[in-house]
Design a protein around this ligand. Structure first.
Ligand SMILES: Cc1cc2nc3c(=O)[nH]c(=O)nc-3n(C[C@H](O)[C@H](O)[C@H](O)COP(=O)(O)OP(=O)(O)OC[C@H]3O[C@@H](n4cnc5c(N)ncnc54)[C@H](O)[C@@H]3O)c2cc1C
Ligand SMILES: O=P(O)(O)OC[C@H](O)CO
Length: 593
């Protein structure tokens, strides 16, 4: 069963005719995880996203599945206890996407430090206890431990020794956020869910009793508008949640709940900064922030900032204030690195869907469209009592009087728990108001697409998939990347390897991956492929200019693009790459110099 532009037309027909049980607005990790559970429960489910799946915050995170150890400082134990237990479950359902990788936490005696050597041990022990580390045969080898100053510097000699008190090492997990989204979407689709990208909700519909009974949608490809009927409409639009609620004319538009904050990450080559393991330390700027430096595919990325954001949610950008903030911290913590803006090869910016602790003053949202985003890297609380970093990362599930449900906030790591909570509410409604007999599903036992292998032996299993790809003629480096992206789907990716001639400018591995992705992952544009289905844009700067040409030419053939479309997509892809490289800041700096 294909999941491509061909099947999209078919799914749109069903959207128009089928009376759904559940319509989910938003195809980030929150919506995707819920759509998987609802489809698995046998509900007639559809999910729409006005962009590509995962194009919002869920492709712009720090790419961790983590418990949020820093939240223990503000006693947000509820968030930590949920997320820290979820890590191993997500690694189980998506073992090719989420991988255990112990984090080094250097402790500095500096103003505003989140942890001291005393409190970090308490925090790590609580973190491990909440996660049940010592009870699990597979996990107990990752039990936390502390290091003295010499041991930290032995492990990581580049760190600044000044005021370094020691450190801790504790388990967290690396993740590929947009890959986690698309594997949930594909699984929901396999289970019968209608998954349609580039489909925007534009109005919430009501029946004669004033209850939400569907939405008017706009196909962002054809421009067509039509109604989609559903017993339950659920808003999982992340930072857009207040805007989607405004599509419901029964909603009091003055009631806002979201406090979007921007976070950015910068990427440099490992030749400029080569960290041996994921590292997490206080910013040292007395702002309550902590910064990650993470090795990935021959690169090092670091972040993140946390500033109130009032710009275009669809296109958050890195600004000079963000760069200055992060480089100041990185160059202080790694005094011999001397990282400059010119070393930045790639970057990304995302907007947290934080639920404001206290409702923003009524007129704030209306001004939202006008105000430029706050230019600074540190938390900027603006009109709020709490700084952005102090706001809880907890989630919110609310049902309005007309029945519209909004599931907002949270973190990517607790997407499954958030979906569990929403499913309880949905099942209660369906079984009492529509005399159905739905039951909750145990999504901890439902593998996402590509995850059909033993998660306790993930590394060996992925090596075997890579070996199969090599046997099919794929180069070893490409085979390893392919296995780490597609997991158990690698077998499908290489099915026609022997009869495939590589596309000009692409390796056999990229040729096979691109074709599989267009046919099975609703990959419609070069950005979908280069930024979200693969890590090319972020961690493959050296090759991206060759890969881009091959991707565009193959897509032009597959989608029968006109010359104008080819020109348009080429321009958009170049803009995407140039923006990720921060050329607009580099050019401005060159003018000033
Ligand atoms: C800088 C940063 C770092 C982070 N790091 C981590 C981390 O390492 N680990 C972690 O667990 N969490 C992390 N988070 C948090 C995590 O990324 C988010 O909580 C999560 O991705 C939110 O997912 P979502 O599906 O709720 O929202 P989104 O991913 O934003 O999805 C909402 C979707 O709704 C769609 N939409 C909006 N309006 C409409 C409409 N009218 N019609 C149709 N579709 C619509 C949008 O296109 C979008 O795709 C981080 C966040 C940021 C910003
Ligand atoms: O800054 P936080 O706490 O919202 O977390 C974002 C991190 O970079 C990873 O979750």
């Amino acid at each position: 069963m294909t999941f491509s532009i061909k099947s999209r037309a078919e799914e749109i027909k069903k959207l128009k005719t089928r009376r759904l049980d559940l319509l989910v607005i938003g195809g980030g990790i929150t919506g995707a995880g819920l759509a998987l559970q609802a489809s698995a429960a046998g509900m007639r489910t559809a999910l729409i996203d006005m962009q590509d799946f995962g194009a919002g915050t869920s492709s712009r995170s720090t790419r961790l599945v983590h418990g949020g150890i820093r939240y223990l400082k503000s006693f947000d134990v509820e968030v930590v206890s949920e997320t820290v237990q979820e890590r191993a479950i997500i690694q189980h359902v998506a073992p090719h996407v989420t991988r255990p990788d112990p984090m080094l936490l250097p402790i500095y005696d500096e103003p505003g430090t989140t942890f001291s050597m005393f409190s970090v041990k308490i925090a790590m022990d609580l973190y491990d206890r909440l996660a049940g580390i010592n009870k699990s045969e597979y996990l107990k080898k990752y039990a936390n431990y502390t290091l003295d100053k010499e041991q930290v510097l032995k492990l990581e000699p580049q760190l600044n020794p000044e005021n370094l008190a020691g450190g801790g090492v504790y388990l967290d997990y690396l993740n590929n956020d947009s890959r986690l989204v698309i594997e949930n979407i594909k699984k929901a689709h396999d289970l019968g869910g209608l998954m349609v990208s580039r489909m925007k909700a534009v109005k919430v519909l009501h029946n004669q009793f004033g209850n939400a009974c569907g939405v008017t949608v706009k196909d962002m490809i054809s421009g067509e508008e039509f109604d989609v009927k559903a017993k339950i409409v659920l808003n999982a639009s992340g930072p857009w949640s207040d805007f989607v609620k405004d599509l419901d004319d029964k909603h009091d538009q003055r009631k806002t709940q979201m406090r979007p904050t921007k976070g950015v990450h910068l990427v440099v080559d490992q030749s400029r900064l080569n960290v041996p393991k994921p590292t997490y330390f206080g910013s040292g700027t007395n702002d309550g922030r902590m910064i990650f430096t993470i090795p990935r595919d021959g690169k090092t990325y670091f972040g993140t900032t946390d500033t109130d954001f009032k710009g275009d949610l669809t296109h958050p950008k890195v600004d000079q204030g963000d760069v200055d903030y992060l480089l100041k911290i990185i160059n202080k913590k790694y005094p011999n690195a001397h990282i400059t803006l010119d070393d930045v090869e790639s970057s990304w910016a995302g907007v947290r869907p934080l639920v404001a602790e206290e409702p923003a003053p009524v007129d704030d949202k209306k001004k939202e469209e006008e105000k430029p985003d706050v230019v600074s890297g540190a938390s900027d609380s603006g009109s709020h009592k709490l700084t952005a970093s102090q706001v809880s990362r907890g989630s919110s599930l609310k049902r309005a009087d007309d029945g519209l449900i909004t599931l907002a906030g949270g973190k990517l790591t607790d997407y499954r728990k958030m979906a569990d909570g929403a499913m309880k509410m949905i099942i209660e409604i369906m079984n009492t108001q529509y005399a159905r007999d739905f039951k909750p599903v145990d999504s901890a036992s439902i593998k996402v697409s590509g995850g059909d292998f033993d998660s306790n032996h993930a590394e060996e299993e992925l090596e075997n998939y890579a070996k199969e790809a090599i046997a099919a003629g794929v180069d070893p480096v490409g085979a390893e990347k392919m296995a780490n992206i597609f997991g158990s789907n690698t077998e499908e990716v290489i099915a026609n390897a022997k009869d495939t001639k590589p596309i000009a400018g692409l390796s056999l591995a990229e040729t096979l991956s691109l074709r599989y992705s267009m046919e099975n992952e609703m990959t419609l544009t070069p950005e979908d492929y280069l930024f979200r289905r693969t890590n090319n844009l972020l961690f493959n700067h050296d090759e991206i200019k060759n890969v881009k040409a091959g991707v565009i030419s193959e897509m032009a053939k597959y989608y029968d693009w006109t010359d104008d479309q080819i020109k348009d997509y080429t321009e958009k892809t170049n803009e995407l790459i140039n923006e990720a490289e921060l050329d607009y800041l580099k050019d401005a700096a060159a003018v000033e110099a």
